[in-house]
Ligand binder design. Structure first.
Ligand SMILES: C=C(O[C@H]1C=CC=C(C(=O)O)[C@@H]1O)C(=O)O
Length: 364
């Protein structure tokens, strides 16, 4: 099957209002798809099932599964940038930031961040990730075209287009792995700290970003030691995600007992301090009580659950960042950033504006 045939299947699925997901993994040129053959809404109960999981930030609300047993899978390889042009990087700094200045949402976000910093200074928590949503007009551009542009523009991201008639349409290009398990091999990452990419990967990082990312690494190392042995990690390095740079540490190990206990792994990792905060409980309470909107599937996770490849059970899950929900005439963009004692509210606002550019670039 070639890519045009695969896209035709996706279009037919959309026309029939049947659930599906189409995705491309980081640095790969294979496009995968899972097409459900009915419109039922399946929720994940035991985490033993196989399929594609789509989980909200608040997992008590239930994650959705496109089950392998009720789906057809198609995949094909493409040349990088197949079918769509790369959209030139605009200089996202001053010009765009001024363009994007939306006074009421800016005011709200500044208040939220200041409140978060105040709680940190009181010792309520050490770090909290605070976010917002932004609605942007959405022309009649085809959704598949957005997906094609995302894959062309973000080769290092997990790019997806997910649809369920009872839930809606989500697309994204996320830089963050939640966990990858193949047999008893375990891989994850600690990703945090943001600065704009200008023209070099050789950048200096400030104390705020270094500490913010170190908190995530420490948390992940501590948590994974409950389920993983032989844990090792890379040096922390600069990772490019579109027009942004992040600090990243890769972490790997071997699952204790050699079995894939994916439910336990998700329970110890999600939500990481890259999307929630530290301590988890206090940060979650602050987020739920103070963010003035529902995160829904933003900062949840998604990906292949218990899929069988090369005689092994594999799960390949990503954190749902740099994502958007498509409504009829507008797209809802979701963005946030890590707040620590050293945060500057104005800069935190600007960071969220820069993060919206990942999605806006393919919407206009
Ligand atoms: C919460 C987001 O990003 C996280 C991942 C990388 C860097 C982050 C930061 O610098 O704040 C965030 O922790 C988002 O993009 O909405």
């Amino acid at each position: 099957m070639n890519i045009e045939e695969l896209y035709a299947h996706i279009q037919s699925q959309l026309d029939q209002q049947l659930p599906f997901v189409i995705y491309r993994k980081p640095e790969e040129n294979t496009i995968y798809s899972v097409l459900q053959n009915n419109a039922d809404l399946h929720t994940v109960n035991s985490y033993d099932d196989s399929g594609f999981i789509f989980a909200p930030f608040d997992t008590t609300r239930g994650a959705i599964l496109i089950p392998d047993t009720q789906s057809i899978k198609y995949q094909t390889t493409i040349a990088y940038n197949d079918g769509e042009d790369i959209i030139a990087d605009k200089h996202t700094d001053s010009i765009n930031l001024i363009e994007e200045e939306d006074t009421s949402s800016k005011k709200l976000h500044l208040e939220l961040v200041k409140h978060g910093i105040h709680e940190i200074s009181k010792g309520t928590f050490e770090k909290v990730v605070l976010s917002r949503k932004e609605e942007t007009p959405f022309s009649d551009k085809k959704r598949l075209q957005i997906f094609r542009q995302l894959i062309a523009n973000y080769p290092t991201a997990f790019v997806y287009f997910w649809y369920h008639p009872k839930i809606g349409t989500w697309l994204g290009a996320t830089p963050e792995v939640l966990v990858k398990i193949k047999g008893d091999e375990f891989v994850t990452m600690a990703l945090a700290g943001t600065q704009p990419y200008v023209d070099s990967m050789k950048v200096a990082w400030g104390r705020k970003e270094i500490e913010e990312q170190a908190m995530v690494t420490d948390f992940v190392l501590k948590q994974v030691s409950k389920v993983v042995t032989d844990v090792t990690h890379s040096e922390t390095y600069t990772h490019k995600a579109g027009t942004l740079l992040h600090l990243r540490t890769d972490i790997k190990g071997i699952l204790k007992g050699g079995t894939s206990v994916i439910k336990d792994i998700i329970a110890v990792l999600h939500p990481t301090p890259a999307v929630c905060g530290l301590p988890k409980k206090e940060a979650t309470t602050f987020i739920v009580n103070n963010e003035t909107y529902d995160r829904s599937y933003y900062t949840g996770f998604l990906g292949e659950l218990n899929v069988h490849t090369d005689g092994k059970t594999t799960s390949d899950l990503f954190v749902n960042l740099r994502c958007m929900q498509i409504r009829n005439e507008y797209a809802v963009l979701y963005v946030g950033g890590g707040i620590t004692k050293d945060s500057d509210p104005e800069k935190e606002w600007e960071e969220t504006v820069r993060k919206t550019a990942t999605m806006k670039k393919v919407l206009s």
